[in-house]
Design a binder for this molecule. Structure first.
Ligand SMILES: Nc1ncnc2c1ncn2[C@@H]1O[C@H](COP(=O)(O)OP(=O)(O)OP(=O)(O)O)[C@@H](O)[C@H]1O
Length: 273
């Protein structure tokens, strides 16, 4: 990969005055009688690859959903770059620069990689750009589309999937799909990326590439919060690990600290991993 490639996808350093871009305070969410998240409190440091782990049912996915506005918390707050974003709609959260990767929906499988990319900003941050198609603004929209196309190609090249730009998304391998999902998320000018099981179903060689890309982006200032069941991947790649158990933070620390923590081992043995 060319280390000098410049991605025209935003500048995460613009918001760099917040050392911890994401803060979650005392977040709670119940579904009927089940408490999925029970007072989770943690923060994510800028420019890190932070892992969110925990046994099955610990509340990881629900926490992601609460952070990104998919679910509304019963109480507690989510702060992003100093702004309270609790209760905002997913596109509003994404529009502020906190984006989670989405699996390519079935209907998008019938579109090419390039078409998927061109639709990414529209899908994830609402339709501001497209809504502005009024006769007087047409010239500006054409400029914006040309600019978007240029960014799309740069991003595809960065992820080394430009050669499959005309391929239908449904024909991609699991790993290529994950690269496309990350490429789509990057087009929305994120600052913080939330990745939910980014390596599931990815073959080892593409997994290495995906890991490398994530590290390159992290070095450029992007911040990652990652839910992943593959413990080796978490321990080898994250500088900080947060352990959720029964909806709250059991402990957090470096991978070495987490590995040596007996409470963590017990939580995993007690849960059915
Ligand atoms: N929409 C929902 N309705 C009812 N219960 C839910 C809902 N979403 C999550 N739960 C419950 O909340 C708890 C936490 O689930 P969650 O999916 O957040 O955990 P997780 O840590 O992501 O688990 P896994 O590792 O198995 O994906 C579980 O008991 C789950 O059954």
């Amino acid at each position: 990969m060319d280390a000098n490639v410049t991605l025209a996808t935003g500048d995460p350093n613009l918001a760099a005055d917040h050392e911890y871009p994401l803060q979650v305070d005392n977040l709670r969410k119940s579904f009927g009688g089940i408490t999925a998240v029970d007072g989770a409190t943690f923060r994510v440091e800028r420019g890190t690859l932070t892992g969110l782990i925990g046994p099955n049912g610990a509340g990881k996915s629900t926490t992601f959903n609460l952070i990104t506005g998919v679910h509304q918390p019963d109480s507690g707050s989510v702060t992003f770059n100093g702004e309270d974003v609790t209760g905002l709609e997913p596109h509003q959260v994404a529009g502020r620069g906190m984006v989670r990767t989405f699996q390519i929906a079935r209907e998008l499988g019938e579109m090419t990689v390039l078409e998927n990319m061109m639709l990414a900003p529209q899908n994830q941050i609402g339709e501001q750009l497209w809504r502005s198609v009024t006769p007087g603004l047409r010239g500006r929209v054409v400029d914006q589309e040309a600019e978007l196309l240029e960014r799309v190609w740069e991003t595809l090249e960065f992820f080394e999937i430009d050669h499959i730009a005309e391929e239908y998304a449904e024909n991609l391998s699991g790993g290529q799909r994950k690269l496309l999902e990350l490429a789509r998320a990057l087009l929305t000018d994120p600052d913080v990326l939330l990745l939910d099981e980014p390596f599931a179903g990815v073959n080892p060689s593409l997994e290495r590439r995906l890991v490398e890309h994530i590290h390159t982006l992290r070095e450029r200032g992007y911040t990652f919060l990652l839910v992943e069941h593959d413990m080796d991947l978490i321990m080898e790649n994250c500088e900080h690990v947060i352990v959720l158990h029964q909806g709250r933070v059991l402990t957090e620390g470096t991978p070495a600290e987490i590995k040596a923590n007996e409470e963590v081992v017990e939580a995993y043995l007690g849960g059915n991993v």
